[in-house]
Design a protein around this ligand. Structure first.
Ligand code: AP5
Ligand code: MG
Length: 190
């Protein structure tokens, strides 16, 4: 499964809940990058240059990381990817990774919310979390990149008939119920 949505739409929040409920490993490219930044690894030092400005980490770096992560034991039976793919080149890479192992995506969930709500949420998180990319200028840039590049990714999965849109506005538990129902429905249609 994939969970796609603009910054602040609740990808991480909902991915954690789906993971707990369905027993599938949740893999967030943003979380992996942040862990590497924290650990001051070579990958982290490279990624940080982009993340602090809200830019995408280059596809070559991100693709290699995802390819390696999906080959780890806990992802072999299935996975929920949060935050990847965000570019059409990443869609191609994921297609290649999965095709080589005769695997395929079941469901692509898109969480939707308007920009005003997203900015409000992320500015709220900035107060307690202190993520280095949660300031208004960078938040707006992240949103712009989503509209410019990641909406095309969503379009590709819609064309393939595996996209399910979920309204991300509302209480977290309400959104979780919507997400779980959408997954059930998508699986039943299989
Ligand atoms: P990433 O970490 O994925 O950040 P993001 O996409 O900007 O999204 P967020 O994690 O900020 O939001 P979210 O949708 O997970 O929402 P959350 O649940 O946290 O990526 C960070 C950076 O890494 C990128 O900018 C890029 O540099 C790099 N990167 C990552 N993937 C990459 C890729 N594939 N290619 C290239 N570069 C990549 O919720 C947000 C807030 O809202 C929280 O405070 C939460 O408590 C609150 N909230 C959640 N749900 C609700 C609700 N229903 N109502 C009210 N508040 C809510
Ligand atoms: Mg997240």
């Amino acid at each position: 499964m994939l969970i796609i949505g603009p910054p602040g739409s609740g990808k991480g929040t909902q991915a954690e809940r789906i993971s707990a409920r369905l027993g599938v490993v949740a893999i967030s490219t943003g979380d992996i990058f942040r862990a590497n930044v924290k650990g001051e690894t070579a990958l982290g030092l490279e990624a940080r240059k982009y993340m602090d400005n809200g830019d995408f980490v280059p596809d070559s770096v991100t693709n290699k990381m995802v390819r390696e992560r999906l080959q780890q034991q806990d992802a072999l039976e299935g996975f929920l990817l949060d935050g990847y793919p965000r570019t059409t080149a990443q869609v191609q890479e994921l297609d290649d990774i999965l095709a080589a192992e005769d695997r395929k995506l079941d469901v692509v969930l898109q969480l939707t919310a308007d920009d005003a709500e997203l900015v409000k949420r992320l500015l709220g998180r900035a107060k307690d979390d202190g993520r280095s990319d949660d300031n208004e200028t960078v938040i707006r840039h992240r949103l712009d990149l989503y509209h410019e590049q990641t909406e095309a990714v969503v379009g590709k999965y819609a064309d393939r008939g595996i996209l399910t849109q979920v309204d991300g506005i509302g209480a977290m538990d309400v959104v979780t119920d919507r997400v779980l129902r959408a997954i059930e429905k998508a699986r039943a249609a299989y």
